[in-house]
Design a protein around this ligand. Structure first.
Ligand code: B12
Length: 445
């Protein structure tokens, strides 16, 4: 069969034949690991192509037999539109990823088949059934939580022709899922609060084949400290450099933190979320322990690792003064870059049920579930204040003078590589915010 795998893109950043230029913000484009893995699972007798709408137009007239679409919630409307147009031409369309897994009934209305959970196992069965003309509607690929994941080496070669449009196509994953149960997080919902690791030999074998600089996309690279220690030890001779994501708990492990640096870690995205402990408790993330942020963040940065903070605004304790106090907090903690998220009740998460039960969901348009739009009624401010305040905070954090000071500070404390990476990320977010005309105003004034 001729198989086309598609990553849809939101309207603002989508490349089309009428708008063929690719938006500049390469720093936030990478990997498409879901599709390169699905491609690697596909038996070689089939022909596979990947189209990422962030970097090339999707041709609805292309000669294909089966279309596979990966999508998160914010991309569901575009995914359904793509499905509708291919199905109108009699093509078989399959969906997989976070949204179809967490909303399988909805997805099944728009698609010929839905893969729930991991592709490994399910995708191969689906292809056989389609060839035999007896495909089912839903394929469940969930592996037993206790099992290791054996996943193939991703088909990065399929992205290679457009590699320049990505910050890197070398994304690597050592495991899936998370041991924590944060109420807003769809990773926990997707993996039912379990996690599985790949055998370290498999990860090392894969790393031997990727260039020196790469990204770990694990949600928490130190979810198992024992595993992380062994992995980092094995990585020492490879002399790689990487960035990743983890919980702030890495700072509490005096052995693991320097080992991560020696294994090549130069930047970490850390979900700090909020400086308010009651807010942390309301979303089940007490383990962040806001009272100890200061010394933990200092330890990480002094180790030569830059910190990108994930922050959430709109939590239950947040009042209109939160935006200014959050900005001060980020400056005081010397955060190297910020990803600001407006609290978003993603379907399938406990947070969604909490907010829905209290009748506070105000917007059901999935493309607004991109962490940039307010889709619910906050507790201690209005939706307009939350939207304006979040925009204001984002644009203030990425003011040109602040970016410059931040660069010098990162250089001084963390060294050249984190400083350059941080600068690039700061400029990307600034560019992105300006392109989307994000300015806002401080609702506390
Ligand atoms: C890397 C990443 C990004 C990157 C790049 C994404 C990319 N294009 O590759 C960037 C930085 C761009 C990004 C941005 C965003 N992201 Co993001 N991202 C991730 C992250 C950390 C890893 C993705 C990954 O590579 N996973 C590894 C692959 C192998 O896993 P997988 O996607 O689940 O795929 C497997 C199965 O699901 C299945 N499958 C998946 N697709 C398909 C398709 C078919 C046909 C089949 C058969 C099977 C199949 O098979 C795969 C192998 O088993 C995930 C968290 C996570 N754990 O996945 C969040 C995640 C996907 N992101 C999320 C969000 C919300 C966003 C943003 C909207 C907001 C934000 N603040 O981050 C933006 C918006 C981007 C946009 N509009 O396009 C959410 C999505 C939640 C949801 N329910 O919608 C996640 C789950 C994070 C979270 N904690 O909630 N993200």
């Amino acid at each position: 069969m001729r198989i086309l795998l598609v990553l849809p893109a939101g309207e603002n950043v989508r490349v089309t034949s009428e708008r063929p230029e690719v938006p500049k913000r390469a720093m936030l484009r990478f990997s498409v690991l879901s599709l390169t893995i699905v491609a690697a699972l596909t038996p070689r007798r089939h022909e596979v192509r990947i189209v990422d709408e962030n970097v090339e137009p999707l041709d609805f007239e292309s000669e294909v037999d089966l279309v596979g679409i990966t999508f998160m919630t914010a991309l569901a409307p575009r995914a359904y539109e793509i499905a509708r147009r291919f199905r109108a031409r009699g093509k078989f369309v399959v969906g997989g990823g976070f949204h179809p897994t967490l909303c399988p009934a909805e997805a099944a209305e728009h698609l010929d088949a839905v893969v729930v959970g991991d592709a490994e196992g399910a995708w191969e069965r689906l292809l056989q059934d389609v060839e035999a003309g007896q495909a089912r509607k839903v394929y469940v690929g969930k592996a037993c939580p206790a099992e290791d994941i054996r996943t193939p080496i991703p088909r990065r070669d399929l992205l290679a022709p457009r590699a320049k449009q990505y910050v890197t196509i070398n994304a690597v994953q050592t495991g899936r899922g998370c041991q924590h149960a944060c109420r807003y997080c769809s990773v926990t919902a997707f993996h039912e609060q379990s996690y599985r690791q790949r055998p370290i030999v498999d990860v090392i074998a894969e790393l031997r084949g990727v260039p020196r600089d790469f990204i770990f996309v694990d949600d928490n690279i130190v979810r198992s400290p024992q595993y992380a220690r062994e992995l980092f030890q094995e990585m020492l001779p490879l002399r790689k450099r990487w960035v990743g994501q983890c919980s702030i708990e890495i700072a509490d492990d005096a052995e693991l933190l320097p080992l991560a640096h020696d294994a090549g870690c130069r930047g970490l995205f850390i979900g700090i979320e909020t400086a308010n402990q009651d807010n942390l408790a309301s979303v089940g993330k007490q383990f962040n322990d806001s009272g100890h942020y200061r010394e933990r963040l200092r330890r990480i940065r002094r180790q030569g690792i830059g910190v990108v903070a994930g922050m959430i605004v709109g939590l239950d304790q947040d009042e209109p003064g939160i935006f200014e106090s959050c900005l001060r907090f980020l400056q005081r903690q010397r955060i190297d870059a910020l990803q600001l998220n407006i609290l978003t009740p993603l379907p399938g998460t406990p947070l969604f049920h909490d907010i829905e039960r209290t009748g506070r969901i105000t917007d059901c348009q999935w493309d607004h579930y991109d962490f940039r739009h307010v889709v619910f009624r906050p507790r201690r401010m209005t939706a307009v204040q939350l939207q304006e305040g979040a925009n204001w905070l984002y644009s203030q954090f990425y003011r040109a003078d602040r970016i410059l000071v931040r660069f010098l500070r990162t250089l001084w404390t963390c060294g050249w590589i984190p400083a350059l990476l941080g600068l690039r990320l700061n400029l990307t977010y600034r560019y992105d915010n300006r392109r989307e005309r994000i300015r806002g105003r401080n609702p506390a004034l």
